[in-house]
Design a protein around this ligand. Sequence first.
Ligand code: PMP
Ligand code: GLN
Length: 400
Amino acid sequence: NANRTVGVEKNLWVEFTQLAAAYNTVNLGQGFPDFSPPKFVTEAFCNAVSGGALMHQYTRGFVSGFICQRAVPISNILVTVGAYQALFSAFQALIDEGDEVIIIEPFFDCYQPMVMMAGGKPVYIPLRPVIEGGAVRSSGDWVLCPDELASKFTPRTKAIVINTPNNPIGKVYKTEELQMIADLCVKHDVLCISDEVYEWLTYDGAKHVKIASLPGMWERTITIGSGGKTFSATGWKVGWAISSGHIIKHMKTIHQNTVYHCATPAQEAVAQGFEREHELFGTPESYFQQLPAMLHRKRDKLASLLESVGLTPIMPEGGYFMTADFSSLKVDYKDQSSSDEPNDFRFVKWLIKTKGLATIPVSAFYSPEHSKDFEKYIRFCFVKEDSTLDAAADILRKWS
Ligand code: PMP
Ligand code: GLN
């Protein structure tokens, strides 16, 4: 086997998706909606499939009729097989052997193996909870220390990866926080890979800001999005990367020599979804208003449930997930699984195997050097039918 496969064999989703299925759980683990996508995109997909012969054939590698931001010329957009492939193409196109890539913890787990497969060296910096009055209540309380971040930039730093709204804690970076990151990128001539797959999902008035819109950042930012997250159709695997010409051209080189392009009808349906949203933008019929409103309600429902059973949730400002501290629970979960695993892994496995509820351990979103400090959190996905959340509530109430 090639060296690039070494050290990246373990995969959180493979392990926990299998476990969740094997024990027939109520699944608040992996992040996907258990409800249908909106009719306008499923109809667009059906029309594409039952439409002309060309909808079933190769399409152009880079463009399609895809529209995600009218302000951006189509040549600056690369359509990819989900946000995953946009991330992969970015690392392959831009990172060389020995380049350092700064990753902010907790991070969506695939950044680490993708940087390593490109020959890069991940450099980690954790968001730290600022504790006021003893309780950490919002993802907004998790912040970067500016001096610590500055200390991570070296002459070898090639890029920083940010994720807003963040998976797993739901932090939505404020303009001042993004400006602090942007200043360092400009000062050290560093690229910014900005994973914004949950960009439409913010709550309580939190505002999503694109770091690419800050002065000096368009030329050095790769903005990544997901049609799956945008239209609740994660299985379609349509994503995109947006960047300036001198960057996107290298990503196109990787793309044309790997997958070439992603499924034609799925691209067509996502493109039509965006056309509709463009027309309805800012109106109550817009899915970009309806989905966050629905998820806001589900978020609050899950938070009060978790509190009522003695867990301490961190209220997410955006995204699909809520993390909660389980350290004050008085349950004996430790003898169920092997003692060499982190506490949160043991707790989640106990929950799955003995209680039939699937969640995700949060230390998996940390590097080995920092994971020990974050073993007391688990992640719940709340993009679920109310009946699924109620079934989870029944389980939690029974044993807590
Ligand atoms: N980035 C983040 C932060 C994610 O949570 C996910 C999972 N949806 C992805 C990227 C991958 O997205 P996609 O399903 O479009 O490949
Ligand atoms: N992004 C989703 C999550 O964090 C799914 C990840 C995956 O299946 N690889 O749960």
